[in-house]
Ligand binder design. Structure first.
Ligand SMILES: *Cc1c(COP(=O)(O)O)cnc(C)c1O
Length: 375
């Protein structure tokens, strides 16, 4: 069976975890700080704040951006459900915006959804393909609203020659095993804003005014204070130690993923009934997922194609989900989401991981070619 995704680990991660356990300091401590510093340096942001996962990263980012009860936040429906859920956690309402052919929210359509209640736009770099950040930054300036990036899938991607994580004041990453690098569970917020960084660090540990490491290293007795409601959204040093090793491999992993994507483009891009995910100018994708779109009216049924691939020993996944059709988001007054529905219902995510046996890559391609021919 060919898997759809696999994390890329070796003995380095295993040894790093052993070292942390032997050190006796297992929760948020020196390894988390090291991971934050290295991650900030890698993406080119001033600060990075590690948290328990990307969902909590989004939740805290919305809080520091000032989003609260009664506000509206524009976001795509076509995203993993955590994007919309985070907006609900702070009492705000997600306003779903349709996507373009690149699966990212359409800035022209987003502008039309802005109201007096709009506090922020939460853009998603879907499956690693950067959204047009500059267009959203312009909207943010024009209407005085915050831009937050859900970069859960986009570690190692770039926009206009700069790494994702360096553009906006709040960018959220995930290290779930389904993403390009993993710490088991884990998240990171990058920011260029010192106040945001300091507040995020307090909010992730119960709103505590000092962290454990400061207290541990202090020559004086420190009595901490709690000045606002916080959370326990900490990353552990065990996870951070894995993250440091994963970060060292990130560029290599992205290069290898791009080689596989290129081979898929070459072979599948020739098939008339399929649209392959190509980068627009100034976008550089990590190809966290490789999603093909089956054109409508060509006699191809998405679920049948997936079943035939499964029968041939190849795992695939449906295209990116939509939140507005799930029960938890029923009843919202949605704008036209026809691209969202069409792209979600007719796309398939193909196997792509490092290292992937070249024979398996060719087998995936051959199998798709055969299925299309017999359709
Ligand atoms: C995976 C994902 C998340 C959630 O990340 P976790 O680290 O699992 O919380 C959020 N948004 C998008 C777009 C994702 O793909």
């Amino acid at each position: 069976m060919i898997a759809v995704a696999k994390p890329y680990f070796n003995d380095e991660e295993v040894n790093a975890v052993q070292d942390v356990i032997r050190s006796g300091w297992v929760t948020q401590g020196p390894k988390v700080q090291e991971f934050e510093e290295k991650f900030a340096q890698y993406v080119g942001s001033k600060y990075a704040v590690a948290v328990s996962n990307c969902t909590t990263a989004l939740h805290l980012s919305l809080i520091v951006a000032g989003v609260s009860l009664g506000d509206e936040v524009i976001c795509p429906s076509m995203s993993f459900i955590a994007t919309a859920n985070a907006i609900k956690y702070v009492g705000a309402t997600p306003v779903f915006c349709d996507v373009g052919e690149d699966y990212n929210i359409d800035p022209d359509k987003a502008e039309k959804l802005i109201t007096k209640k709009t506090k922020a736009i939460l853009i998603v770099h879907q499956i690693g393909m950067p959204a047009d950040i500059d267009r959203f930054t312009e909207l943010g300036t024009k209407y005085n609203i915050k831009i937050i990036e859900d970069a859960a899938c986009a570690a190692g991607s770039s926009y206009k020659n700069k790494k994702i994580g360096s553009h906006s004041s709040l960018v959220c990453f995930s290290f779930h095993p389904r993403k390009v690098i993993s710490t088991g569970e884990g998240g990171m917020i990058t920011t260029s804003n010192k106040e945001y960084s300091e507040r995020l660090k307090r909010l992730r540990q119960h709103g505590m005014s000092v962290n454990d490491r400061e207290r541990h290293n202090s020559k004086n007795v420190i009595i901490e204070e709690y000045n606002e409601l916080g959370f326990n959204f900490r990353m552990t040093d065990i996870q951070a130690a894995i993250g440091i090793k994963q970060l060292e491999k990130l560029d290599y992993i992205v290069e290898e993923r791009r080689k596989i994507a290129k081979r898929y483009h070459e072979a599948l891009g020739k098939i008339d009934s399929i649209v392959v995910p190509l980068e627009q100018k100034s976008m550089y994708s990590n190809y966290q997922s490789y999603s093909i779109y089956l054109k409508m009216g060509t006699g191809l049924n998405r679920n049948e194609v997936m079943k035939k691939m499964l029968d041939a020993g190849i795992s695939t996944r449906r295209g990116i989900m939509t939140a507005h059709r799930e029960t938890v988001y029923k009843g919202l007054n949605n704008s036209d989401l026809s691209n969202t529905d069409r792209l979600s219902d007719n796309s398939i995510i193909l196997p792509l991981y490092v290292p992937m046996d070249p024979n398996d890559i060719e087998y995936v391609i051959d199998t798709i070619q055969k299925i299309i021919k017999s359709a």
